[in-house]
Design a binder for this molecule. Structure first.
Ligand code: UT7
Length: 311
């Protein structure tokens, strides 16, 4: 019994904040942001839109896409570092709103790798026959922990949500292999202290370049595949230069890597599911394609999945 993605959803806030808007707020330029990160604009959720509101919208979209009822879900996992409040969890908040009356619920704290941790946890429950469906949401309202006095971090992040329903798929499809990892000694490079996110960008950059490429290669090997059998790469959208280094390591052409960072910035746990949905909607990912997803983030944490697309 293979587990795979049977439904995808997302929620993108309406408010667009361009690099030019940020130029007016701090000592930065559109040119610096575009060339150093690949970001052109990002979305910020308004004061009246909380993390759970975005999670709910993305989840509803994914459940609809899967063609199931919310009460068929056995577990809800929400990956976020920006919950509405320390507790109750965002997952319980959306459990109520979705009327997912048979679902257990918990949040996952693995920063930008959170969606990878969620999908791999979901796979265990689905493949063991414990639950028919697990809902995984990656959601962040990073604008509420961004220090707009710190140009090193303020230009990078955006808000949004992505969701996937994990369920059984046909033989040969679904999750083929995965890798999860953590290195707590790197926690000092990316963390929240008091109200704001703090980052040592150069250290995180070096770690990300090494880890993304390595994890992507590892899941390809574990799946018994070679690099030239990979159809599409969906990397965490943190910095175009980090993404490009992974793409080049896999020897993939530019059009075979998802790139949504220019529109949405770094949305942490939401970036991979938002990008996946984008590529499916654009027809760039189709049934039986081999997809590699790879993420990394604060912790430090990382995760990668090789998957054959389709139900
Ligand atoms: O989701 C996971 C979390 N985060 C990441 O993946 C981020 C990983 N790191 C990065 O993406 C990059 O390190 C950054 C984009 C954060 C920074 O890029 P960089 O090429 O590593 O720049 P830098 O930190 O080495 O700074 C270069 C210069 C500095 O000026 P000086 O000291 O050379 O005069 C910075 O002060 O760029 C300056 N700078 C800026 N200039 C204009 C830093 N931020 C800005 C800015 N606008 N927003």
């Amino acid at each position: 019994m293979n587990a795979g993605i049977v439904g995808l959803g997302r929620y993108i806030p309406e408010q667009i904040v361009t690099n030019f808007d940020l130029e007016k707020r701090m000592d930065t330029t559109d040119e610096w942001i575009r060339t150093r990160t690949g970001i052109e604009e990002r979305r910020f959720a308004g004061d009246d839109v909380n993390t759970s509101d975005m999670a709910y919208e993305a989840a509803k979209d994914a459940i609809h896409d899967a063609g199931i009822r919310a009460d068929q879900i056995g577990l809800i996992l929400v990956a976020t570092v920006t919950p509405d409040k320390p507790f109750p969890s965002v997952s319980t908040m959306i459990q109520e709103r979705l009327e997912a009356t048979h679902a257990a619920a918990m949040d996952i704290s693995a920063a930008c790798a959170g969606f990878m941790y969620g999908v791999i946890t979901a796979k265990q429950f689905v493949e063991s026959g414990t639950y028919p469906y697990v809902l995984v949401v990656g959601v962040e309202k990073l604008s509420k922990i961004t220090n707009f006095e710190d140009r090193n971090t303020a230009v990078l992040f955006g808000d949004g949500a992505g969701a996937a329903v994990i369920g059984h798929v046909s033989e040969g499809r679904g999750i083929l292999s995965f890798e999860l990892g953590a290195d707590g000694s790197g926690g000092k490079h990316l963390y929240q202290e008091g109200p704001y996110l703090e980052m040592n960008g150069r250290e995180v950059f070096k770690f990300a370049v090494r880890q993304m490429g390595e994890s992507a290669e590892n899941v390809i090997t574990k799946a018994g595949l070679s690099k030239d059998e990979v159809d599409f790469l969906v990397p965490h959208q943190a910095n175009i230069r980090i993404m490009e280094s992974s793409r080049q390591r896999l020897g993939l052409p530019e059009e075979k890597m998802s790139k949504t960072i220019n529109q949405f910035g770094n949305t942490s746990a939401a970036s991979i599911p938002i990008s996946l949905k984008e590529e499916v909607l654009n027809g760039k990912i189709s049934d039986d394609d081999v997809i590699v997803m790879v993420g990394f983030g604060g912790g430090l944490t990382w995760g990668a999945i090789a998957m054959r697309w389709g139900k």
